[in-house]
Design a protein around this ligand. Structure first.
Ligand code: 0O2
Length: 221
């Protein structure tokens, strides 16, 4: 490989990764708009926070090797779908599906995959809704459909996943059986807490609605 070829490869790689950064910006704007509009209509915010990240080139290459894919840009584009990632933390379980459906319904979004680890948690207890969505990115000389992995979860699911991730790495990927059982129990406890909060949320909404109806009736009197 000569210097010119190297420059071309480097330029291609930079432009390739740039598209994912733009896809994150586009998706971020979409989520922001949905959140603000939802808050206006329903008078509460279904999203606690969002966090986005671009996979490091080194992690991309590691994943390509681990999954035995070829190293071409075309192959990476097709096979590595979490180069751009957004995590949305919602207040309640029902909000997860509301937010997911609002995104999936958008005309310019292509839904490549939905993995529901809430209805079907992973064997270790992990819960989240994962979507692989493609969003169009318009650049000076081309338009590209770029994949973004969107993970949507509650605060309790996020709490569990963050700590599980830390413990996993602390034990260098070999968790003692007792510990993994306890982690699974903790996931069940987190899920029970989510159901409890969802129920309280429904009760509060009903009380609020009754109050509003009563106020309107007074106005009509
Ligand atoms: P990071 O650092 O968050 O990016 P694949 O993505 O193809 O390797 P799979 O199983 O098809 O694997 O993808 P899946 O199940 O959709 O999970 C991908 C991402 O979900 C992971 O990305 C994690 O962010 C999260 N995740 C999945 N399972 C677990 C789990 O058991 N515990 C925790 N804490 N997170 C999980 P990465 O690339 O592994 O990591």
């Amino acid at each position: 490989i000569d210097l010119n070829q190297l420059k071309t490869v480097k330029d291609e790689m930079t432009r390739f990764l740039m598209a994912y950064k733009f896809a994150l910006d586009e998706m971020g704007t979409k989520i922001n708009i949905l959140q603000q509009e939802f808050e206006y209509i329903h008078e509460y915010n279904p999203i606690e926070h969002t966090k986005s990240r671009l996979k490091e080139p080194e992690s991309i290459l590691k994943k390509v090797m681990r999954k035995n894919h070829s190293f071409s840009i075309e192959s990476i584009k097709e096979n590595i779908q979490d180069i751009a990632g957004i995590r949305i933390t919602c207040s309640f379980i029902s909000d997860i599906y509301v937010v997911a459906d609002m995104l999936k319904r958008q005309k310019d979004i292509v839904v490549l995959e939905t993995k529901d680890y809430i209805k079907n948690p992973k064997p270790n207890g992990y819960q989240s809704l994962h979507l692989i969505l493609q969003v169009p990115v318009y650049m000076s000389d081309r338009e590209e459909l770029v994949s973004v992995e969107v993970q949507i979860r509650t605060i309790a699911m996020d709490f569990w996943a963050s700590l599980e991730h830390k413990i996993y790495y602390k034990f260098n990927k070999e968790i003692p059986v007792q510990l993994s059982n306890e982690l699974k129990t903790a996931a069940t406890t987190a899920a029970a807490l989510d159901r409890k909060m969802e129920q309280l949320h429904k009760e509060v909404s009903e009380i609020k609605k009754l109050d509003e109806d009563e106020n309107l009736n007074h106005l009509l009197d």
